[in-house]
Design a protein around this ligand. Structure first.
Ligand SMILES: Cc1ncc(COP(=O)(O)O)c(C=O)c1O
Length: 490
């Protein structure tokens, strides 16, 4: 097949190869394109500190983003890749602190290329032989690391923590309410879940999708450190029973989205056991702490979970998406969730697991490869060191905050997430919000520093997630001195 077999109607002399000829006819052309892209991407990442943390100059992107009628040249394709890079957020910049998005591990980038090249499908074993095996083995090992019984535990990856929470709560609902086949319509008692009022919004979304409505999540008060109050949980459950509701699950969060707080896992675990409730831990962010010998005790109580969500796409530097849901008893997933796909080889015949039958998603990418290559590059010990470094940087960041009386912390940080605000304004929450909005903009525009601006306690706060191991003390010093000088004209 000729190099241009599919593109002869395009721009004259176009040199784009839309497919790599399986007979190798256009190998040099495609390899050339990939080499150019690798050069482009690595140069971009190697200069991430000089590029904007998030682009401010969208209006300057003149390239048409529409679909062309005819194919474009390779040169134009590469130009479009540059356009994509220039319009991207840049979490590799050491002053990107906005969200739980890390700079990408090299292993993830390499694995993305490999998995895109083989285009396998996690829907079934025969469509992703090595990846399906890898996912099951690696996740069982990880479940063991969290303290789940390795002989019964297992998990699967889904595209993001929200889907993982949904899957865990679907299994919880089906198991505790025995409604796998019948559903929940027409029940006399409304099923309810309990979670701190600071839980991720995917818990409400899950409740809505599972037929409980958003009011099916009963919000539990938190203490001054933004952790769920066990007493409030006890009271809420008593009240639910009085209101003829049917409690079936509690979601504890290990690393809340805005303040990085960890709910009291041992107390919640005991409470669930005593009350026959499903115990789910949303460790999307904080799960990474398990790799740190120094810090993993903070997750004590997670080993009693019925299910755990964990996102290596956050503090483990794996590119998106990389998220998993782990179950204490794989058999429950089989009994309470799995739906057979008759067009696949049956598990009973081959003993092979078609992961698409076990998870919410059918077709999905082999994200496990990114996680594996990252683990191969860093080792569990390397991930532990990165977590420890996050804590060390947090100590330095905290020192800078403490030096300044005008900065207020929303709560004592438990990990590398800070929620704080500048209080040099009138104390009304709208004035405080305006000042911090302006401060966020000022840092972004003048110091290429990105803090996010969450809504919290009826006002606006700054949030910093200290994930980047290349952020230096000098960065912190400059940023806090800039905050000192901040004096908006009203
Ligand atoms: C605590 C927590 N749970 C769940 C999620 C949802 O993860 P995803 O955005 O991958 O769906 C997040 C996202 O930030 C989170 O912070």
């Amino acid at each position: 097949m000729s190099d241009t077999a599919f593109i002869t109607t395009g721009e004259p002399q176009t040199d784009l190869s839309a497919f790599l000829d399986p007979h190798g006819g256009n190998l040099q052309a495609v390899r050339g394109l990939l080499h150019e892209v690798v050069d482009l991407v690595t140069e971009y990442l190697a200069q991430a500190d000089q590029r904007r943390v998030i682009p401010l100059e969208w209006e300057r992107i003149e390239t048409s983003l529409l679909a062309p009628e005819q194919p474009v040249s390779q040169k134009s394709l590469l130009r479009s890749c540059r356009t994509l890079l220039s319009g991207s957020m840049n979490p590799a910049n050491p002053r990107y602190f906005g969200h739980m998005d890390p700079l990408p591990s090299t292993g993830s980038i390499v694995a993305s290329l490999v998995t895109a090249a083989v285009n396998n499908n996690m829907l079934s074993h025969e469509m992703s032989p090595i990846f399906s095996e890898l996912e099951q083995r690696l996740l069982r090992e990880l479940a063991g690391l969290f303290g789940l019984p390795i002989s019964t535990a297992a998990g699967l990856m889904q595209s993001g923590g929200s889907l993982c929470n949904l899957q865990a709560l679907a299994v919880a609902r089906n198991t505790k309410l025995e409604c796998h086949t019948t559903g929940i319509a027409g029940r006399e008692r409304q099923p309810v879940i309990f979670a701190s009022h600071l839980c991720h919004n995917s818990i409400q979304k899950s409740a809505m999708i599972l037929g409980l409505g958003t009011e099916g999540v009963i919000p539990i008060a938190t203490d001054s450190r933004c952790r769920m109050c066990p007493d409030a949980l006890q009271t809420a459950i008593q009240r639910a029973h009085q209101n003829n509701q049917q409690p079936f699950a509690v979601v504890a969060t290990a690393g809340t989205t805005v303040t990085g707080s960890i709910d009291p896992l041992p107390e919640i675990a005991s409470f669930c056991r005593e009350n026959g409730l499903w115990y789910h831990v949303d460790a999307s962010y904080g799960g990474a702490i398990i790799f740190s010998e120094k810090k993993k005790a903070l997750l004590r109580g997670i080993e009693q979970a019925d299910s755990i969500t964990f996102n290596p796409q956050k503090w483990c530097y794996v590119t998106k998406t990389s998220a998993m849901v782990l179950f204490r008893e794989m058999k429950i997933l089989t009994d309470q969730f799995r739906i057979e796909a008759p067009y696949m080889n049956l598990h009973e015949m081959t003993g092979e697991t078609n992961l698409g039958e076990w998870g919410i998603q059918g077709t999905r990418a082999p994200d496990i490869a990114k996680w594996w290559l990252t683990l191969l590059q860093l080792g569990k010990s390397g991930l532990g060191q990165l977590v420890d470094l996050g804590y060390e940087n947090s100590g330095r960041f905290l020192k800078q905050i403490r030096k300044r009386e005008y900065l207020e912390l929303a709560t004592e940080p438990e990990m590398n997430i800070f929620c704080f605000r500048d209080t040099r304004s009138r104390p009304e929450s709208s004035d405080l919000a305006r000042r911090n909005e302006q401060l966020q903009r000022y840092l972004l525009q003048n110091f290429n520093t990105f803090f996010s601006l969450p809504q919290f306690r009826n006002s606006r706060w700054l949030k910093a997630v200290l994930l980047n191991p290349f952020t230096t003390d000098e960065d912190f010093r400059e940023i806090f001195e800039a905050i000192d000088r901040f004096n908006p004209s009203r």
